[in-house]
Design a protein around this ligand. Sequence first.
Ligand code: ADP
Length: 187
Amino acid sequence: MIQETGLTVWFTGLSGAGKTTISRAVAEQLRRQGRKVEVLDGDVVREFLTKGLGFSREDRDENVRRIAFVASLLTRNGVIVLVSAISPYRQMREHVRQLIGNFVEVYVQAPLAVCEQRDVKGLYKKARAGQIKNFTGIDDPYEPPEQPEVLCPTDQETVEESVARVMRHLEVELDYPVFPQPLTVGH
Ligand code: ADP
């Protein structure tokens, strides 16, 4: 059996920046290429794997630690893991990078004002009204990556452009053919 190279692609950024949108579209493209892909989406993960955890620094780090553990298992088994999680603390993201090894950090970047304007899940409104505490960007910190492998400024480009940006990077990381190239005979 050919052991394919596993990889974790970690999308970090504010709520509403575009992590879920981009990671799902990237997953679809990779699947179409015949690759093994798994998506670990922050919102879904919090319903199952990390149910019960809150939004203190300790709980956020624990959330990320558990996601990273699953991602590392999948990665070492040749899966491309797409994680989308706010993961606001730099130190924890660096820890995850070391733990997983084959790791690509994608900073999905949009100004707070843009995320708030989009308010995809209506959470900013609630946070501003004081109905949600410890909301990243409002009354909880977000530490942007200093040297992400990929930067997607989603307030300045379309979803398609962001997806293409990530795919271009992955093509370099995954520089092996999924299907054996047909032998060319003759010429
Ligand atoms: P997050 O997962 O970071 O909370 P979502 O993906 O749920 O964010 O929402 C991002 C919103 O921003 C979507 O409504 C999406 O259509 C929009 N959007 C606009 N431009 C982009 C882009 N370049 N990349 C990703 N999303 C974008």
